[in-house]
Design a binder for this molecule. Structure first.
Ligand SMILES: Nc1ncnc2c1ncn2[C@@H]1O[C@H](COP(=O)(O)OP(=O)(O)OP(=O)(O)O)[C@@H](O)[C@H]1O
Length: 233
């Protein structure tokens, strides 16, 4: 099968210039292919570089060395070398990302936050709103919160707004950074179902899940990141 995401010899370090140039090597010479319709779980102790890898793929962190190849608009693109406008377009159509925390825009309602990826794809506002309401309902966000800003929402409510936003539009690649960390069992189950539906639609999912039972339920592969150039287990 053709890969959806290909990492070639990637590496990342952080240099602390104000601390005598101390260099922290987080990833080193890592190569791996990821495929449509599979879930790969990034596993390893705190600080092993799981979130850093997702951020590099989403181009939030600059890749230190190596290539991160994807297919975008029928062309092969190296994210590590892509221009800001290409990155913007990739985020709109090719890579979705559910970060640990919701980035709240003041005075924008929860519903508008959730439907923004559809509006960006020129989906009509009425269809986007209908889809957004269905997603909020599915994630058990009470209707009386839909038109409020998420700024005052609980941690679990904010996380569910983030998840609704991340899953509302289909993406060939989906990056999930601890999407169930603040959720109760009922909502964790909804997220598992959303992931399974995405996989059914051939999305390639890379995820960080600390809960072992969640890992077992959805993982096709578990990647051990405790050794900086990591391996499959
Ligand atoms: N922006 C940054 N500047 C400096 N160091 C960073 C930065 N981001 C991450 N690091 C360092 O890189 C290492 C890996 O961090 P990362 O967040 O990727 O780990 P993780 O495996 O996701 O951990 P956790 O399970 O605790 O979320 C850590 O030692 C962290 O301090």
């Amino acid at each position: 099968m053709e890969w959806a995401l290909k990492l070639i010899d990637i590496g990342k370090d952080f240099v602390f210039h104000h601390q005598h140039g101390t260099r922290l090597v987080v990833l080193d010479n890592f190569s791996m292919d990821f495929f449509p319709g599979e879930t790969a779980i990034l596993s390893g102790p705190s600080g092993s570089g799981k979130s850093t890898l997702l951020r590099m793929i989403y181009a939030g962190y600059k890749t230190g060395k190596g290539k991160i190849l994807i297919k975008h608009n029928n062309q092969q693109v190296d994210i590590a070398a892509a221009s800001p406008s290409i990155i913007y377009s990739i985020r709109q159509n090719t890579i979705g990302y559910v970060s640990q925390f919701l980035r709240i825009v003041p005075r924008v309602s929860a519903l508008d936050t959730v439907i923004e990826p559809l509006i960006a794809r020129n989906i009509s506002e009425s269809i986007a709103r209908k889809t957004g309401k269905q997603m909020l309902d599915r994630l058990n966000i009470p209707q009386n919160l839909w038109h409020l800003s998420a700024a005052t929402f609980s941690g679990g409510e904010q996380q569910r707004i983030n998840i609704a936003r991340g899953f509302i539009a289909p993406y060939p690649i989906l990056l999930l950074d601890e999407p169930t960390a603040s959720l109760d069992a009922r909502n964790r189950q909804v997220v598992i179902e959303l992931i399974q539906e995405a996989i059914g639609n051939s999305t390639c999912v890379l995820a960080i899940f600390h809960d072992k039972s969640d890992q077992k339920t959805i993982a096709d592969r578990i990647i051990d990141m405790s050794a900086k150039s990591f391996q499959e287990i």
